[in-house]
Write a protein that binds this ligand. Structure first.
Ligand SMILES: O=C(O)CCC(=O)C(=O)O
Ligand SMILES: [Fe+2]
Length: 385
């Protein structure tokens, strides 16, 4: 028999075999009907592999072909694997090694860079410090995050000449590096990874412009000094005994959507990432060697008038190994304001949303998260995503 639950002041029917998932968004809590069926592996039709090396082609036609593939994925599942990204394996492996070296340290050393000491919420989040989703368990995760710093952006010649309104949005803190200086390669390796991701993201954003029938350079000025952040995620294996004893569903990172434009996620081969499709079915986005997973964020969904989808995802590390992932989050310059894109409105599809600045957007999510659960939470100002 279908059950009734209260959803945003209204009583809704929950179909048999389904349950309601509550999520935080900048608009407040939102609800999704999801199937109780166990996750199944996504097919390559559902989450396609896109050969991204073609975005570097001199031929506009070739770039438009990639753009079309991205558009199809963005408008259906909101996720795709990017292959041929050109980020050297060595850059990924050294960043991963640095992440492992960092998380394997005794807690008192990691405490030196605890996010609690940060003005802008950079640094380390310890175990059991966050809960991405109120109805799931605390995240079985530690993470280390840092945000855009123009001094490390190779496309910036002169930091002093950056306009003040852009500078005002910077959220970088040097303490991320001074407090981890005991690991001699950490800063170099992790920043090299960030820089490599930033270079690909800046090319990718041009293909997103094409995918939205906009001039290829449409987003360039909006991403000159972007809210570009990396998180190093460390997920210990979740023992069966924890699951058996738990009151709530045990997750490595709880169900959420990413906040900004898009995310490029490197994940190791242990598996655990799950993506919620439109039918409310969890799909395993299994690791594919040599790829990153790319997903659409809430801001891009908003400015595309919901044409591109910011898809709910989470991770559960039920492998017997430690799992690592290294997402790179791209947002616009913090001071940049964007409304629904001209190519996403017509007489049948009027703009659903007002223009909003990137900083206001982040602030709204922060507020929604705090209202929901008192304090903290991921994917708000407390986390670079
Ligand atoms: O580790 C993963 O697979 C997902 C991480 C994620 O969704 C995030 O950090 O936003
Ligand atoms: Fe995410």
């Amino acid at each position: 028999m279908a059950t009734e639950v209260l959803q945003q002041q209204a009583t809704v029917q929950v179909p048999d075999g389904c349950t309601i998932l509550e999520l935080i968004s900048a608009y407040g809590p939102v609800h999704r009907t999801i199937k109780k069926d166990p996750p199944r592996d996504a097919t390559l039709e559902e989450i396609p592999i896109i050969e991204i090396s073609r975005i570097f082609s001199d031929s506009l036609d070739v770039r438009k072909t990639v753009a079309k593939e991205i558009r199809d994925a963005a408008a259906t599942i909101g996720f795709f694997y990017m292959k041929g990204h050109g980020i050297p394996e060595k850059v990924i492996n050294t960043a991963l090694q640095s992440a492992q070296d960092f998380f394997h340290q005794p807690e008192e050393i990691k405490q030196r860079v605890n996010q609690a000491n940060s003005k802008w919420f950079n640094g380390w989040n310890g175990p059991k410090s966050h809960r991405a989703n109120a109805v799931e368990s605390l995240d079985v995760r530690e993470s280390f995050g840092f945000r855009y710093d123009p001094r490390y952006d190779p496309s910036v010649d002169d930091v002093e000449s950056i306009p003040q309104e852009i500078k005002d949005g910077f959220r970088a803190e040097e303490y991320c590096w001074t407090q981890t200086a005991n690991l001699s390669h950490f800063k170099t390796d992790v920043l090299e990874y960030w820089r490599s991701c930033l270079a690909v993201a800046r090319r990718l954003i041009r293909i997103f412009a094409l995918a939205l029938d906009l001039p290829e350079d449409y987003f360039d000025a909006m991403t000159s000094h972007p809210d570009a952040a990396v998180a190093l995620n460390y997920y210990p294996s979740i023992p069966d005994s924890v699951v058996e004893k738990a009151d709530a569903e045990v997750v490595s990172i709880g169900s959420h959507t990413d906040l900004q434009f898009f995310t490029m996620l490197w994940q190791d081969q242990n598996g655990g990432l799950q993506v919620l499709n439109r039918d409310g079915q969890w799909l395993n986005a299994k690791p594919i060697e040599g790829t990153f997973v790319v997903n659409i964020g809430d801001y891009l969904m908003r400015i595309t008038n919901d044409r591109f989808i910011s898809t709910v995802h989470r991770a559960k590390n039920f492998s017997k190994n430690e799992r690592y992932s290294m997402p790179f989050f791209l947002g616009f310059n913090f001071n940049e304001t964007c409304g629904v894109l001209p190519s996403c409105v017509d007489s049948d599809h009027p703009a659903k949303y007002e223009p909003i600045s990137c900083s206001e957007w982040v602030h709204l999510r922060f507020k929604a998260t705090n209202l929901e659960r008192g304090s903290g939470g991921v994917h708000d100002e407390t986390r670079p995503s």
